[in-house]
Design a protein around this ligand. Structure first.
Ligand code: ADP
Ligand code: VHF
Length: 372
């Protein structure tokens, strides 16, 4: 199965902040060069690689005179603004040693969901790869607010892997594998492979990562779930083992791919976002949406909560409040009370033909796992 990594012709490699920067908040040039050596060698074999690199915030700390990762979003964004430039400059000169050119791609969570942005990101990344450029992706930290932020690049990397139809995802961190408990605890042992959710039962995942990282193991395992759920195999290991991981050696943790290939937007909806509001459905609408996979019509809605706009993700709940699905809604929250419980035909005849549309189209609904 590890051959899936060694034979992959398109690979997404994600590297965490702690593997690129020093605790003093500056770039560790030797470690960046060592990673670039490995990626350039793989590139020479004809493999296309997209690098998803964290480290903007961490690399901005030193230049801003900060001794630790700031807590407030605005200062984090300022650090990211300074650090991203430094980071990409470093990659540019490091890849130039091999005659390779770098293209910076900054993405937000929204770019992964909204149809037009999503198609744009896909087109740009494909063109960069065709041109032989090494795309270096990061979250667009300076514009992402708390609610719409991924906050970690692990899940972003999984969505990028799906977006560009990658054959493999390699997650590089400061820890050499997933362990069944905190790696610092005596007796914790490495998981060489994960075949499915059952293999993760009882595994303790630390939320907090290294001082400069975010998300810890939780977001890495979520990322592995997103990618494998989209049919992409994943290896998680330390940046120092990148060469062996790419060669298919028995290092780190290998996550076996599943067979499904849902659209990236729906993957994003299911795993990487939270609803901006809640729409409660009657039993008939739950049955239609969850069991028969129909669109949600205003007639089946009994209440609405939250302040969302058309296009936002919202949670769909059954009559007893259980969340059963999530979808991208076609109306603003304020419009829905006037539409609830009414048939689309009646709405069209009283309010106009533009009201004949569904509240949420079935292509924009994802059934949450426990109900599928
Ligand atoms: N079960 C576990 N197995 C491996 N590492 C774990 C586990 N639980 C928590 N961790 C911690 O997660 C950290 C990696 O997360 P993070 O610092 O966010 O990485 P990165 O900056 O590379 O994205 C490791 O340093 C490790 O101590
Ligand atoms: N966009 C942020 C990424 C933060 C992040 O995901 O960090 P990490 O857990 O080190 O991968 C940055 O560049 O600092």
């Amino acid at each position: 199965m590890r051959e899936q990594i060694s034979s992959a012709s398109r690979v997404v490699v994600k590297v965490g902040s702690s593997s690129l920067t020093t605790p003093q908040g500056v770039i560790d040039v030797d470690r960046v060069d060592a990673l670039v050596d490995v990626l350039a060698a793989r590139r020479r074999t004809g493999t296309q690689i997209v690098l998803v690199s964290s480290g903007a915030i961490a690399a901005g700390l030193g230049p801003l005179g900060l001794s630790a990762r700031p807590r407030d979003l605005a200062t984090q964004q300022a650090a990211a603004s300074v650090g991203q430039g430094v980071l990409v400059a470093r990659y540019t000169s490091s890849f130039a040693r091999y005659g390779l050119r770098v293209g910076q791609v900054l993405l937000t969570a929204d770019d992964m969901m909204r149809r037009s942005h999503h198609a744009n990101a896909q087109r740009t990344l494909s063109r960069l790869l065709e041109l032989g450029i090494m795309p270096v992706v990061n979250e667009n930290d300076t514009v992402a607010t708390d609610e719409i932020r991924f906050g970690d690049n692990d899940r972003l990397a999984a969505l990028v892997a799906h977006l560009i139809h990658a054959d493999a995802l390699v997650l590089l961190s400061d820890v050499d594998a997933l362990y069944d408990g905190p790696p610092s605890r005596a007796g914790s042992s490495r998981l060489a492979e994960v075949r499915g959710p059952d293999d993760l039962v009882g595994v303790e995942l630390g939320k907090n990562g290294a001082a400069v990282g975010t998300g810890g193991m939780v977001t890495k395992v979520q990322a592995a779930r997103i990618a494998t759920g989209a049919g992409v195999p994943v290896v998680l290991t330390a940046a120092a083992h990148a060469a062996q991981a790419l060669a298919g050696a028995d290092v780190g943790t290998f996550f076996h791919p599943g067979g499904r290939h849902p659209g990236t937007r729906l993957l994003w909806l299911a795993h990487a976002t939270t609803g901006r509001g809640r729409i409660t459905l009657d039993e008939g609408a739950v049955e239609a949406v969850v069991t028969r996979r129909k669109s949600l019509l205003p007639a089946g809605v009994v209440s609405v909560e939250g302040d969302f706009a058309a296009g936002d993700p919202v949670d769909l709940c059954g009559p007893r409040g259980r969340v059963v699905a999530r979808g991208l809604v076609n109306f603003d929250a304020g419009e829905i009370p006037g539409l609830m419980g009414r048939s689309t035909r009646e709405l069209a005849s009283t309010l106009g033909p533009e009201y004949e549309r569904e509240l949420i189209h079935r292509d924009d609904i994802v059934i949450l796992e426990s109900h599928s």
